[in-house]
Design a protein around this ligand. Structure first.
Ligand SMILES: Cc1cc2nc3c(=O)[nH]c(=O)nc-3n(C[C@H](O)[C@H](O)[C@H](O)COP(=O)(O)O)c2cc1C
Length: 197
């Protein structure tokens, strides 16, 4: 079993980093082959280039490496804070540049892109860990949990990935050390369960 684990948070002491390390450690402990990337640390450039838009190839070695790993992985784990109801720009750029035709999805020869995609990543499992500072009721009723739609429908749904698990940890700003410890134990238990299936 292989997992790609992608982290989008700039601060090494963040709770997002703690989740990232827990996911990575748990996967490795359970014999999963891991590709783990801290997008800020690796200085990933999130901007889809003009060259890439007009082509099936990228000249950026990081894009090509992430794309190869994406296709090889059985489990795709994304870890990021809720920023304006969206992933941070660096991860949005990963989606734009790495989750691309022809390896992630494509369109039939007679379709210029207006129809339904050919799903190339079917059968994989998508996992998302988020953090935020909004309580659950306000997130669900006022904001309508945009991250659930982005990941569940716009990204994984579009790619034919229908096994999808997401968890939001909240409220980080008011959380105690004990609470954060317990949350990391939850991550460890979930990832153990996922990787033993
Ligand atoms: C640019 C930016 C936008 C944010 N937007 C939201 C938001 O829309 N909803 C929310 O609940 N928190 C928002 N936050 C707060 C972050 O989600 C919060 O700081 C983070 O989840 C805490 O995790 P950490 O300890 O790993 O940094 C935002 C923070 C930043 C810096």
């Amino acid at each position: 079993m292989t997992a790609s684990i992608l982290l989008a948070h700039p601060y090494p002491k963040s709770f997002n980093h703690a989740i990232f390390h827990t996911v990575q450690k748990t996967c490795e402990k359970n014999g999963v082959h891991v590709y783990a990337h801290d997008l800020y640390e690796e200085q990933f450039n999130p901007v889809l280039t003009r060259q890439e838009l007009g082509s099936d190839r990228s000249n950026d070695p990081l894009v090509n490496q992430y794309a190869k790993e994406l296709v090889e992985s059985d489990i795709l784990v994304f870890i990021h804070p809720n920023w304006w109801g969206q992933p941070p720009a660096i991860l949005k750029g990963y989606i734009d540049r790495v989750i691309r035709p022809p390896h992630a999805y494509d369109f039939p020869d007679n379709d210029s892109g207006g129809g339904l995609p050919i799903e190339k990543l079917k059968g994989k499992l998508g996992v998302v860990y988020n953090t935020s500072n909004t309580d659950e009721e306000r997130e669900n009723t006022y904001f309508c949990d945009p991250l659930d739609k982005i990941w569940g429908k716009c990204v994984f749904g579009f790619l034919g990935i229908n096994r999808y698990h997401r968890k939001m940890f909240r409220i980080i700003a008011d959380s105690s050390e004990n609470e954060r410890k317990a949350w990391l134990q939850e991550v460890e238990a979930e990832m153990t369960d996922i990787t033993r299936k």
